[in-house]
Design a protein around this ligand. Structure first.
Ligand code: NAD
Length: 263
C-alpha cells in the first residue's frame, strides 16, 4: 500500500530493534526520510545502515536516552538541523522494569515516570513548534494492552502507560486546531527481545520450559501466534500517514484478538 509518506521526515524513538524498528522499516519501505534514535550508538547506527541499504532512503542515527530531557532536546535539534523539517514523531522507549507493588520504592516510581510518561511529554514538547509551524503532522505513541487490562508483574508499566493515553486523548483535542493528529498504538504480545526476556522470567518463576510458556501464551491469542514487528510497523505507518487523515485521539490495538473487551 502506498501510504504517501515518500520524502516526508519522521522521528522514531527507541528504534534500533523491536517495535520502533518495525515502524521505522515500514516508513522506510514507502520512501520516508528518517531520524531514528536509541541509547546505543553501535546498535542505532547498524539499524540506520540496514534501512539505508535496503530502501535507499535518507536515514540518520542519533544516540538518545528517552529518560533524559536534555538527550531528547538534543535529538530533536540535531534532526531538524540535519533533515530540515519533520512531519511525524513516534514516541517509544524501553519498558520499565517488571515487578509487583512491594518491589518498588519512590526512586523506582520516579525513574519509571521519567522513562514512560515524561519521555512522551518531552518528545511532544520538543517537536511541537515544528509541527505547529507546518500546521500539520502526526504523533504516535507506543503503549501496551495494560492500558485496558493491567498485566501481572508489570505494575509500573500499567500505571504510567495509562497516563500516556490520557495525554494522547488530551493532546488530540488540543492540537487538532493546528492540524496535528495524535494517536496511540497498543501492542499485544509482539515477538521482540523484551517479550523473550519477559517470557524467560515468567517460565523461570513457574518452573516450566520457555517453549511451554510460549505455547501457552500463543494458545491464549485467537490468531494463535505472537505479533511481528512487521505487524506493528504496518499499523504504525498507517496511523502516521494521510491514509489516517481523519483519525486522531484513537488507540489501535494490534494483538491478534487477545483482548476480549467490547470497546
Ligand atoms: P525491545 O526491547 O525489543 O526494543 C526496545 C528499543 O528501545 C530498543 O531499540 C532499545 O535500544 C530502545 N531503548 C530502550 N530503552 C531506551 C531508552 N531509555 N531510551 C532510548 N531507547 C531505549 O522492546 P519492544 O518489544 O520493541 O517494546 C517497545 C515498547 O513497547 C516498550 O516500551 C515495551 O514495554 C512496549 N510493549 C511491548 C510489547 C511487546 O509485545 N513487545 C507489549 C506491550 C508493550
Amino acid at each position: 500500500m502506498d501510504l504517501g509518506v515518500k520524502d516526508r521526515a519522521f522521528m522514531v524513538a527507541a528504534a534500533s530493534e523491536g517495535i520502533g524498528y518495525g515502524i521505522a522499516e515500514a516508513l522506510a519501505r514507502d520512501g520516508a526520510r528518517l531520524s531514528i534514535a536509541s541509547r546505543s550508538r553501535e546498535k542505532i547506527e547498524r539499524a540506520a545502515t540496514t534501512l539505508r541499504e535496503n530502501y535507499g532512503i535518507d536515514c540518520r542515527a542519533y544516540v538518545m536516552d528517552a529518560a533524559d530531557a536534555q538527550s531528547i532536546r538534543s535529538w530533536t535539534e540535531a534532526t531538524l538541523n540535519d533533515l530540515g523539517e519533520v512531519q511525524g514523531l513516534v514516541v517509544n522507549a524501553g519498558g520499565p522494569p517488571p515487578g509487583n507493588f512491594d518491589a518498588f520504592d519512590d526512586d523506582a516510581w520516579a525513574r519509571a515516570c521519567e522513562l514512560t510518561l515524561m519521555s512522551a511529554v518531552r518528545m511532544v514538547r520538543c517537536i511541537l513548534p515544528e509541527l505547529r509551524r507546518q500546521q500539520s503532522g502526526a504523533i504516535l505513541t507506543v503503549t501496551s494492552s495494560s492500558i485496558k487490562e493491567p498485566i501481572d508483574q508489570l505494575l509500573l508499566s500499567n500505571v504510567f502507560r495509562a497516563g500516556v493515553v490520557a495525554l494522547v486523548k488530551s493532546l488530540a483535542n488540543e492540537l487538532a486546531r493546528d492540524g496535528i493528529r495524535v494517536n496511540n498504538l497498543v501492542p499485544g504480545r509482539i515477538d521482540t527481545q523484551r517479550v523473550r526476556s519477559l517470557d524467560t522470567m515468567i517460565a523461570g518463576k513457574k518452573g516450566v520450559a520457555l517453549e511451554d510458556e510460549q505455547a501457552e501464551q500463543h494458545a491464549a491469542i485467537p490468531l494463535g501466534r505472537y505479533g511481528t514487528i512487521e505487524d506493528m510497523g504496518a499499523a504504525g505507518a498507517f496511523l502516521l500517514s494521510d491514509a489516517a487523515s481523519y483519525i486522531t485521539g484513537a488507540t489501535l490495538v494490534v494483538d491478534g484478538g487477545k483482548m476480549r473487551s467490547v470497546t
